[in-house]
Design a protein around this ligand. Sequence first.
Ligand code: SF4
Ligand code: SF4
Length: 158
Amino acid sequence: MTQHADSTEKDVRQYRKIIQLTFTPENSNKPVMCHVVRRYDVTYNIVAAQTTAGKEGYLTVELWGEDAKCRAALDYLREQGIIVAAAKQHVSRLDDTCMHCGMCLALCPVDALTIEGGSRLVIFNEEECTACGMCTRICPVGAMQADTVMGRTASGVV
Ligand code: SF4
Ligand code: SF4
């Protein structure tokens, strides 16, 4: 479901991130996302939602628009008592799709992608992967796949 605010895309810095919002019982029934769209001219798409009446609720959304407006919208959400954090991802590899070109190796900050000496095949060590998503942006055949999962990253920085 995409919530869209009509806006003319200008040649200004843009923002596009998947974030997790954690609501408390006190703020879970406030129409904050409607306000975010109206006041800050941003667009969001709901990726996942988990709510229980009278308890904490979680909403994972992809948020995009002008950088300054998105950041102002996130500040507004924080002012409402909502915890705003980067959403957690899980990265996996489609082994049958990978053609072992090695383009992803240089980007991986934690050496989760390495070349096996003898075979020259690219090995993906899922245990080491921090799901930063860098490799998913460069892989020419889409072998590295990022899925958003419920939860927030350790740093939470958005
Ligand atoms: S998601 Fe990040 S840490 Fe994981 S393999 Fe890709 S580049 Fe390395
Ligand atoms: S960039 Fe993609 S195809 Fe190339 S080695 Fe990495 S995962 Fe495989």
